[in-house]
Design a protein around this ligand. Structure first.
Ligand SMILES: [Ca+2]
Ligand SMILES: [Ca+2]
Ligand SMILES: [Ca+2]
Length: 235
């Protein structure tokens, strides 16, 4: 199919952006981002420029108003274009400046019902931006991968219901780095005194905090166990 785009698209998303019941296409590339309104019969209207260049694109309702919005990864930053529901978009809002990105994943990582962005950058890190549910995002929280990755995948690898990230690193590493999702919760464990001697009373401290900004105050129970013997529980 020739869409008459006149440029090569690096990423294409589909959805009903003008809410006429027909599937439309959004294509982004090195020159611009275009909307191709669907005619409902497999053909599309002429491309209409709606935003700047991008290397990746996601369409989702980021502000929960029932209208599809766009997230454009432009390499050095992200642009959010909130949809008006008629095929037009509000002026872009930029976030995540300060590094060079290569890939992104749009998922609800901290389980608050709002879509978040995870992005891989060429500094060897993955940054997570917690979504506020209004089309804006919290500042990045960065996870060190150790080397620039070649691909960013996602899935619940440990079957705890939270989406994890997997970064593949090219040679000389040729491996996968797993970024396990604790649903925005991080737990730090200390014991005092440390080291301790036999029969000496030891205080165990678990500090539970939010690891993703904007994910709220963690709730739940901490249980200390020796083998299967419960030493103590705190809520
Ligand atoms: Ca449409
Ligand atoms: Ca929306
Ligand atoms: Ca979220």
């Amino acid at each position: 199919m020739n869409t008459g785009l006149g440029t090569s698209a690096t990423y294409v998303e589909s959805g009903d952006f003008n809410m006429d019941g027909r599937v439309d296409l959004i294509a982004t590339g090195s020159s611009n981002t275009y909307l191709l309104a669907g005619n409902g019969n497999g053909t599309f209207q002429s491309p209409k420029s709606i935003g700047g260049p991008g290397i990746a694109l996601r369409a989702a309702d980021l502000n929960n108003d029932g209208k599809l919005d766009l997230l454009i990864l432009s390499g050095q930053s992200f642009q959010v274009l909130l949809g008006n529901g008629d095929g037009t978009f509000q002026p872009p809002k930029t976030f995540g400046q300060g590094t060079t990105y290569s890939e992104m994943v749009l998922k609800d990582f901290n389980g608050d019902g709002k879509l978040d962005v995870a992005a891989m950058n060429n500094g060897g890190n993955v940054s997570v931006f917690a979504g506020k549910g209004d089309g804006s995002f919290e500042p990045r929280v960065t996870y060190i991968v150790g080397a620039p990755g070649s691909h960013l995948a996602n899935g619940d690898v440990n079957n705890d219901g939270a989406v994890d990230l997997v970064v593949s690193r090219p040679a000389p590493y040729s491996d996968l780095v797993l970024v396990l999702n604790r649903r925005g919760i991080s737990t730090a464990m200390t014991s005092s005194p440390n080291p301790s001697t036999a029969n000496q009373p030891v205080t165990l401290t678990a500090t539970v905090s939010a690891s993703v900004r904007g994910s709220g105050t963690p709730t739940g129970t901490v249980m200390f166990q020796e083998g299967t013997t419960v030493l103590g529980t705190a809520a």
